[in-house]
Write a protein that binds this ligand. Structure first.
Ligand code: UDP
Ligand code: MG
Length: 154
């Protein structure tokens, strides 16, 4: 099924000059970029986005990290996009993430782990609605779509 998922390039990704490299991985995979914008996240929106973590001892450091510089918010579309992107992301701790995953390639930390990606189709819908409005989306038909998927996969 064609799905949409949220990818947030975290502040350290921008600071380290890795944004283009990470975006390129998703492009080359064959996912379709349908929305993208920069933003400075606030503690308020982070308390929604990371509601499952607000009581954890590391939460203040997480907020500090996520507000230290702008982020790049993006929405990627494709067949099973949520699972595909999550698998490409790798384990939360970059030191344990499999080689070849984005976290496995580009980070050494459990907190400074380069990207956020939605962990289920249900959460992808909630998260995309949190960060994007309808007019942020630019749906488009790729002339290469037949080279990305067979029609019977769609
Ligand atoms: N995090 C952290 N320490 C932990 C667990 C999580 O600093 O022990 C941070 C880390 O940046 C992670 C984010 O909180 O990406 C969200 O945690 P979650 O468990 O949802 O991991 P993710 O879905 O990002 O892999
Ligand atoms: Mg998560």
């Amino acid at each position: 099924m064609i799905e949409r998922t949220l990818v947030i390039l975290k502040p350290a990704t921008l600071v380290r000059g890795l944004a283009g490299e990470v975006i390129s991985k998703f492009e080359k995979k064959g996912l379709k970029l349908v929305a993208m914008k920069m933003a400075r996240l606030t503690p308020e929106i982070l308390s929604q986005h990371y509601a499952h973590l607000v009581d954890r001892p590391f939460y203040p450091l997480l907020v500090e990290s996520m507000t230290a510089a702008p982020v790049i918010l993006s929405c990627w579309e494709g067949v099973d996009a949520v699972t595909v992107v999550r698998e490409m992301t790798g384990a939360t701790n970059g030191r344990k993430a499999a080689p070849g995953t984005i976290r496995g390639m580009y980070c050494m930390s459990g907190q400074e782990n380069i990207i956020h990606t939605s962990d289920s189709p249900e959460n992808a819908v909630i998260e995309l609605d949190r960060f994007f409005v309808v007019s942020d989306y630019c749906p488009w038909d790729s002339p290469l779509a037949r080279s990305i998927n067979s029609p019977d996969e769609l």
